[in-house]
Ligand binder design. Structure first.
Ligand code: AMP
Length: 470
């Protein structure tokens, strides 16, 4: 049975939740005064130990919505003992991407800074040694991507038998990205009696249905219309030829004086190439995609977060959950083939109540993807026209052009267009870096018996994943 929580406007303060004083101190130190809607609804329910299915747009304060009540519940175990045995993993937070894991970890560290609870984060692409040391020292909260967690389980660096809370963040994405077999292996190592929280920016009907049937009387929290895009993000689409797109990016960034713009490209090769071309055009740009080493990706992200870049060109790897405050604009250089990816991409701007712009550059071949997006978000995206000065992005062989209006269409057509039915769209992840099935690191000894960590490639046991074996 499911029940809904319907508080639309939060009238509560953080102290109304009865959170531990050390956590309230961290909330105050973070500068939060009013709980966001997802926090207002989720925190009391999670504190009670209930299972939750939470649908919230990106940038809504989702992390604190689950992290604060989890930390509160773990306070009964808080201790300052140096003994690892006194710090077993009690809450496991699984996320699809390394960047998101890192970001959630930062938040957990921030929220637990005044209480004696330990946290650790493990993700692939970096040296496993320091992570092993941290796990062996013990931690109450573990944030992990599935593949690297399995590496640590194989190495017996961590034991999950005391886990009482499981969080699946971006749950639909983890399933989309092919993590299901890895998740099943992990979940089978957890105690059957536990609290399970599913958080996701969007819920496919499949996940919603399975969640309803499989979680333990979950409280369903939906603070945003499903697949809606942030209201404070202005969306516009410019029809262009493929050859004009690069010049359009240069023009937009330069003429608007933007810093910290995220430009999405669909392919790893295209992402790296566009970043290099933008640098040639005099733009401070870097790229982030799956073929870069984790270290290089972190460097690029750090530079971007520090405001040192005008443009970060990214594949969808960067589209989920990343929290960079102050991104004024997201440009879709290629339209995503999955409409849901569009929602996640443009969720990178307009975060935490700020306003933002989402610009789509599309060729006539790509217009069908725009229609898919409009169906999904149930909103007509305004079409605009872009005047590109001749000198912008001019490159050998491209020919010079005078200032012109590109493929003129109505300027600034209203967003309140026709309401369309939600429609299907291709859900294939564009960047497969994180979607490859788990393969143990070469350094990892196959020491865990397969019976203890069963493998299954079937998609049937989603119910088990969600707690259906209880
Ligand atoms: P999240 O959706 O968890 O990625 O959070 C998005 C951003 O909102 C982060 O920068 C948080 O620090 C911030 N944030 C979370 N909760 C609050 C709050 N109650 N008041 C103000 N900012 C918040």
């Amino acid at each position: 049975m499911t029940e809904s929580s319907n508080t639309d406007t939060p009238t509560v303060t953080f102290s109304d939740f009865g959170l531990h004083p050390g956590l309230l101190q961290a909330v105050a130190a973070s500068g939060y005064t009013i709980p966001t809607p997802i926090q207002a609804q989720a925190i009391p329910v999670v504190i009670q130990g209930r299972d939750v299915m939470g649908a919230a747009q990106t940038g809504t304060g989702k992390t604190a919505a689950f992290a604060l009540p989890i930390l509160h519940r773990l306070m009964q175990y808080a201790n300052t003992s140096a003994s690892p045995a006194r710090h077993p993993v009690r809450a496991l937070i699984l996320t699809p991407t390394r960047e998101l894991a890192d970001q959630i970890s930062d938040s957990v560290v921030q929220y637990s800074q005044f209480v004696p609870l330990r946290s650790a984060v493990v993700f692939g692409g970096v040296d496993i040694g320091p992570q092993r040391d941290a796990l062996r020292r013990g931690c109450e909260v573990l944030i992990a991507t599935p593949g690297r967690l399995l590496d640590h389980l194989e190495q017996k660096n961590v034991n999950l038998s005391h886990v009482g809370v499981l969080v699946l963040d971006e749950a639909d994405r983890m399933l989309d990205m092919g993590f299901l077999p890895d998740l099943e292996r992990i979940v089978r190592l957890l105690p059957v009696t536990r609290q399970t929280l599913l958080f996701s920016a969007t819920f496919s009907n499949e996940i919603r249905k399975l969640g309803r049937g499989s979680l333990n009387s979950p409280v369903e929290i939906d603070v945003a219309e499903r697949n809606a895009t942030a209201e404070n993000v202005t969306q516009i689409a410019y029809p262009l030829s493929g050859a004009e797109k690069r010049a359009a990016v240069v023009h937009l960034v330069k003429s608007r004086g933007w810093n910290q713009v995220i430009v999405f490209s669909n392919t790893k090769i295209g992402t790296g190439r566009l970043a290099r071309q933008l640098v040639q055009d005099g733009i401070k740009a870097e790229s982030i995609h799956g073929d870069k080493s984790q270290i290089d990706r972190m460097k690029a992200l750090d530079a971007f977060k520090a405001g040192e870049l005008e443009v970060l060109v990214a594949t969808d790897v960067a589209a989920r959950g990343l929290d960079v405050v102050g991104v004024p604009c997201v440009i879709n250089y290629d339209l995503p083939h999955s409409a849901e990816d569009y929602v996640h991409r443009i969720g990178r701007t307009g975060r935490a109540g700020a306003s933002g712009e989402a610009i789509a550059l599309y060729t006539s071949d790509e217009e069908r993807y725009l229609f898919d997006i409009e169906k999904l978000i149930k909103t007509k995206i305004a079409r605009g026209e872009l005047s590109l000065p001749a000198h912008v992005g001019a490159r050998p062989g491209s020919g010079s052009r005078s200032t012109h209006a590109v493929n003129g269409r109505d300027r600034d057509r209203s967003r309140s267009g026709s309401r369309l039915h939600e429609g299907g769209s291709s859900r294939k992840p564009v960047d497969d870096f994180f979607s490859r099935p788990y393969v143990p690191s070469p350094s990892v000894k196959q020491s865990v018996p397969q019976a203890a960590v069963p493998r299954s490639a079937s998609h049937k046991p989603v119910g088990i994943l969600l707690g259906g074996n209880r």
